[in-house]
Design a protein around this ligand. Sequence first.
Ligand code: NAD
Length: 490
Amino acid sequence: LTDNIGKLNGYLARFHDHGIQNLIAGESRPAASGAVFDTTSPVDESVICPVARGGAEDIDAAARAAADAFPAWRDMAAAERKAILIRIAEGIEARAEEIALCECWDTGQALRFMSKAALRGAANFRFFADKVASARDGQNLRSPTLMNVTTRVPLGPVGVITPWNTPFMLSTWKIAPALAAGCTVVHKPAEFSPLTARILAEIAHEAGLPDGVWNLVNGFGEDAGRALTEHPAIKAIAFVGESKTGSMIMKQGADTLKRVHFELGGKNPVVVFDDADLDRALDAAIFMIYSLNGERCTSSSRLLVQDTIADEFEARLIERVNRIKVGHPLDPATEVGPLIHKVHFDKVTSYFDIAKTDGATVAAGGERVGDQGWFVRPTLFTGATNEMTIAQEEIFGPVLTSIRFASEAEALEITNDTQYGLTGYVWTNDLTRALRFTDRLEAGMIWVNSENVRHLPTPFGGVKASGIGRDGGDWSFEFYMEQKHIGFAL
Ligand code: NAD
């Protein structure tokens, strides 16, 4: 821990002079208004550094820079664009330790889960670098009188708005395909955790990305974020965040007919049938809610457990949850770090009382840890039913709600009785049941006998209030590109 804190202080020293500035048209700039806000660490509430508080004027400058840079970036030879994306991946790998330590300090996520976040970000750039050459491929759909050719063209400048929970990885996940498609970008990262977005934009700049192709504007959702979604030069918004923010963005973008891609909230079920491999199911259920502080869109925050095994399964769960190590995020032994911010801490801890009022049992946790920083004890609610608030609302913390079911039909009904539909996890050794159940489960992504394991060519996204659109593989290009048809008379 001491060693990691020493290294972190070395990395943060560079932010002491100018704080975090915006990056517009290749230039570091303070906000046009001169305004700043502080980013603080959730470990002890200390100020990390001031951050430029961008507004409509900064967004306008960034959108213009992105529009100016677009034609040359679109028309650059694929091999050259690919080489730049690979250099960005290499730059990320070279600074992986700095990225991991800064992200943990800024977000409170434990280093043991974050140490690989930078490498996953680099993998995103490598994956989409490999797809640059084929991004524009189309088809020949010949008719008796026409040679019909299709091609794909990049949309133009796009806005990317990201949340605070795993900011580095999520930013790469959106920006890499946008650049591979030939779009230029204005990125507005979350105000709670802006450190690594700045490092990422610098890496791209140093990798030789032409000025204006990737612009970074920090600021709050209601001013910088809003201005981005309303700007006429921005053709689309790729957004990751809360469902209610997605709905606001859709309204804000209506006048300029924005194309939107939303990755939103979840209340994902992990369904454990009595014929499952219970040891593995237990490990996965714990990992998918208590890793990354439970501040993870794909976390399994509802446990549905068959009543025949529920007593034993919950008893084993309680014993394991009570052993989870809460502590400093830079301590390699820590499993759960502090929640991002007081605002979020207040939200998560409010469910401890809500659970009791609802009539559920707080079987583990349910309290703050220490009196400095935003630490909470990993929490398990048992005796819950699906209509309770704790089973319906996204808590977005290390908090699991356990609900019992008697039959497959009841499990399916409970599973789908939610506004969300991001992921689902099903544990059973009955193949026919797995097929039947997953066919009816309302979610964009389902894993059977597995935790969430991301494979980049597969589609990522949710249904219902969990999102619109898909990322991954060629699906990303469906969003960042326009299909064009050209008919040649024969
Ligand atoms: P949030 O919606 O509060 O904020 C996300 C981003 O939107 C921030 O950059 C914020 O400044 C900006 N924003 C806020 N209001 C805006 C507005 N009116 N116009 C434009 N931009 C605006 O979300 P959060 O609290 O930062 O993140 C947590 C949420 O993100 C959770 O609901 C979580 O499930 C979701 N999430 C989803 C995925 C996914 O892939 N589905 C991944 C990670 C997080």
